[in-house]
Design a protein around this ligand. Structure first.
Ligand code: ADP
Length: 845
């Protein structure tokens, strides 16, 4: 037993099994502890102990990863380092573990294991004298004789030489110097080997060297290697300069992997950098104004020290300026014939839209500097607006970039922040140009109808400048502060509705309506585009998966209710995923037995054979994959009581059918309206009631008691289900009238009819908008007859032929005709109205 400074290494030591680091006497290292044995050692010994002695543990290096052998104790390395745990930190994240800071005291060898659980306790024999590492240098302590003396002097000198090459201001280096001066020579190999950059294997070599002489011999080459490496680095640095160099120096970091500094600032690097930047500025072919600004900025940069914050600002600015495509453009390769084929190949249906796009492109071909309006596709989500935009870019051979405008409420999003502003940056237009790298891309301004307006100015106003062909050749981003010519950019906008597009913006756009698709169109789109796309995206082939047409019909009607095809596409994605699992399972089964896969499937090897190809998705498989149907044909079920009628509504997401329900009860003639209605809709309800009261006699409408005034002693409640959605607009007028007429007459509205139209107090039916979307919605919902205002008759021409053929359209000029068409066998009293019993009505007509 040896002693030093009152610390004794006990003869029985708990052992910490380390697989990651090697602790050498005289050095301090951090250990992460998470294996069960080591955790027990910490919790039961280190944390419970009260004496200094209980903090002494043995660290045995190079054991296998203790996590992997929690049961059997691995073969232990024979030599370890006894150390004091100077710090224990516990943490529960990401899993329970401790971090120990241990200072090595001296070597020991394991002479016998006392116990293996809960932690390893061993009988040990101390190998070094503790004074080696703890007593300061004294005269004579290092005066060893012969070879050892020489070796130690050589070693010391080498260490001093290394120190001379390092930067004293780095704390580790300073510590190294202090240790070198104060430690006895015998401790040097251990201490130096743990401070310079050495691998665990090398440290282990030093640890295993039991005689001092051996230790010096093993550590000296490591030290000289570091010195040589450093010398080489310094030589290289002098010869060449450049940014890579700095990296190399850091990489060669000597002291325990820390970057260090050789004391010399790399001044020449900047100069070169700025010269390179200057070259780039001249090569960027920017406009004269921009060039002037850049040169001025460069001059400022040259005079600025690198440490100034403005330096990086100015640099970033110049970097952007040289990257912008001032005069880089792609060459348009427009061939109208090819464009037509491409548009047709990419998109089914949308004939009107495609025709207009081709016209637009043809005119552009004839006159390159076209200052025409911007095209804006307006339609429900998922009808292919974005993808047509992408196709246009492809037909022109131009770059495509999408700028999402939804929710932008700050004009600096479009126009950038001024450079005086902290964290300033260019707007999305300039950023987009930088991304595509050419000055004539196709920019898709997505969702212009969802531009917000915040305190920081109106982004729509900023967009005006971008889109206006008269102004956009000198678009000035606040960040750039010089004009950039946007006139070569082809802008295309998309929106769900024109209602919320700021009028000034709308004025500069040509709106192309894209209505939703009919079921038949969706089936075609699915089979031509969506299914092949999804198959490809999921790594499947048509030989593996087949979706028959009527399954597609089922998916469309039972699992989606939308104008576009986006959620339809997602459903096919779900089907592909389910099939991919089957195919992958089959393949794995096949892979385990290759010969079984090659020979024709036989009876015994069912499990190994891949599923039969192609997997056909029938209705049963569909229920399995997508679950029970999400939507039912509910129209006819709902219309089983008097006082219910089906209207047609238009929303930015496409057309929808809208139920109107009414009930009456005893009361004082009050009208209650529920379902989040807007003012216009409430007025429609009042109009409807007034008109019905005025015409109660003609149509034989009665109150609950059979009296002639439907409202006498009666309260009426009118409800529009799906109450969470705000509804407004005049087009529900005819539906409300029909619904109330049914309630007051006790007759059922036909279950297969839906209607739309605004009413007047005199009973006229006025035209409304969104007819195409509304009719498509009615068709989707399985309605057979649609009642429309007479003056909307012309809108029917836009409908696909099959929809026109499937539906029976009734165009009504007045409410009389509406009621007549909405009830089976007509409505009592309606016959009279045809023979002009109301002079005021006919005079209006
Ligand atoms: P939007 O921009 O109108 O919301 P997208 O352009 O993102 O819709 O279209 C959604 C998906 O539907 C895309 O994968 C697109 O290819 C596909 N799609 C839409 N309409 C058609 C069509 N007529 N022919 C082929 N694919 C279509």
């Amino acid at each position: 037993m040896a002693s030093g400074d009152g610390i004794q290494v006990p003869s029985r030591l708990p052992l910490l099994l380390s697989h990651e680091a090697v602790l050498l006497p005289g050095s301090t290292a951090r250990f992460t502890v998470d294996s069960p044995r080591n955790m027990h050692l910490v919790s039961q010994r280190l944390l419970r102990g009260t004496s200094l002695k209980s903090t002494i543990i043995g660290v045995i290096p190079n054991t296998r990863d203790p996590e992997r052998d929690t049961d059997g104790l691995p073969a232990l390395h024979k030599i370890g380092t006894a150390g004091i745990a100077v710090q224990v930190v516990g943490s529960n994240w990401p899993k329970p573990h401790y971090t120990l800071l241990i200072t090595g005291l001296c070597r020991f060898s394991v002479s016998g294991l006392l116990k293996e659980r809960p932690f390893v306790l061993a009988e040990v024999e101390q190998l070094d004298k503790l004074e080696h590492y703890t007593t300061p240098i004294t005269e004579g302590a290092s005066s060893s004789e012969g070879e050892l003396g020489e070796l130690s002097i050589k070693f010391y000198q080498a260490a001093v030489q290394l120190l001379g090459m390092l930067d004293m201001s780095v704390p580790v280096v300073a510590k190294f110097r202090r240790l070198l001066d104060s430690l006895p020579r015998a401790a040097l190999p251990d201490v130096v080997a743990s401070m310079i950059r050495t691998s665990n294997k090398e440290k282990l070599q030093v640890l295993d060297a039991l005689t001092l002489e051996e230790r010096f011999k093993r550590a000296l080459p490591m030290l000289t290697r570091q010195i040589e490496g450093l010398k080489l680095l310094q030589k290289n640095r002098k010869m060449s300069s450049g940014p890579e160099n700095e990296k190399r120096v850091r990489k060669g970091g000597v002291v325990s992997g820390r970057p260090f500094n050789l004391g010399e600032e790399p001044e020449d690097e900047d100069g070169d950098d700025i010269a390179a930047l200057e070259k780039k500025v001249h090569r960027a072919k920017m406009s004269d104004a921009a060039l002037r600004v850049c040169l001025k900025e460069l001059n400022r940069l040259k005079k600025m020290p690198q440490s100034m914050p403005e330096f990086s600002l100015a640099r970033n600015y110049l970097d952007l300026m040289v990257e912008l495509p001032w005069s880089k453009s792609t060459k348009d390769c427009l061939d109208i014939q090819a464009a037509r084929t491409l548009l047709d190949n990419d998109h089914y249906a949308m004939d009107k839209l495609k025709r207009r796009v081709l016209e637009y492109l043809a005119v552009r071909q004839l006159k390159t500097s076209l200052k025409g309006p911007i095209i804006c596709f307006v339609g429900p989500p998922g009808v292919g607006k974005t993808s047509v935009g992408r196709s246009i870019a492809r037909t022109l051979g131009r770059e495509f970039h999408r700028i999402a405008l939804g929710g932008i409420c700050d004009q600096s999003d479009i126009r950038g922040h001024r450079r005086t502003y902290v964290g300033s940056m260019p707007g999305r237009i300039i950023n987009g140009l930088k991304t595509v790298g050419v000055n004539n891309p196709v920019f898709l301004l997505d969702e212009v109808d969802k531009l917000g307006r915040g305190l920081q100015g109106d982004p729509a106003a900023a967009l005006l400048e971008v889109l206006d062909p008269e102004q956009n050749h000198s678009f000035t981003d606040h960040y750039l502060n010089v004009a950039f010519d946007l006139s070569q950019v082809l802008f295309i906008a998309t929106a769900n509705t024109t209602a919320t597009i700021p009028p000034a913006l709308l004025d500069r756009m040509e709106v192309l309506q894209v209505a939703g698709y009919t079921r038949e169109e969706k089936v075609e789109i699915a089979h031509r585009h969506l299914i092949p796309n999804q198959l490809e995206q999921h790594g499947l082939t048509p030989q593996q998966l087949h979706v028959p047409q009527d399954t597609t019909q089922d998916v469309i009607s039972s699992y989606t209710r939308e104008a576009g095809v986006r959620s339809l596409e997602r459903k096919f994605g779900a089907i592909c995923r389910a099939v991919a699992v089957k195919v992958a399972e089959g393949r794995r089964g096949a892979a385990t037995d290759v010969s079984a896969a090659e020979r024709p499937p036989q009876q015994g090897d069912k499990a190994a054979a891949p599923p039969e190809m192609p997997i056909v998705i029938d209705h049963v498989a569909l229920r399995d994959i997508l679950g029970p149907p999400l939507f039912e044909m509910e129209v006819s079920e709902r219309l089983t009581l008097p006082g219910v009628a089906v209207g047609l509504a238009w929303t930015p997401l496409g057309g929808e059918i809208l139920f109107v329900e009414a009930s009456r009860m005893e009361g004082e003639g009050q009208l209650t309206l529920t379902g989040q209605l807007g003012d216009v809709m409430k007025e429609s309800a009042h109009l409807a009631i007034s008109w019905l009261r005025a015409n109660a006699k003609t149509y034989q409408l009665t109150n609950m008691g059979g009296g002639p005034d439907p409202l006498e002693g009666t309260d009426i409640h009118l409800h529009f289900p799906a109450g969470a959605v705000t509804k407004d607009g005049p087009s529900a007028g005819v539906t409300i009238v029909t619904c109330l007429a049914s309630l007051f007459s006790g007759r059922l509205v036909r279950s297969d009819v839906a209607m739309t139209g605004e009413i007047t107090l005199r009973g006229l039916v006025l035209p409304v908008g969104g007819i195409k979307d509304k009719v498509l919605a009615a068709h989707r919902a399985g309605v057979k007859r649609v009642i429309l205002p007479k003056r909307n008759g012309k809108d029917l021409e836009e409908l696909p032929a099959n929809v026109r053929a499937d539906l029976d359209f009734v165009t009504a000029a007045d409410l009389d005709e509406v009621l007549n068409a909405a009830f089976d066998g007509g409505f009592p009293g309606t016959g009279h109205t045809h023979t002009h019993p109301h002079p005021q009505l006919s005079s209006k007509l």
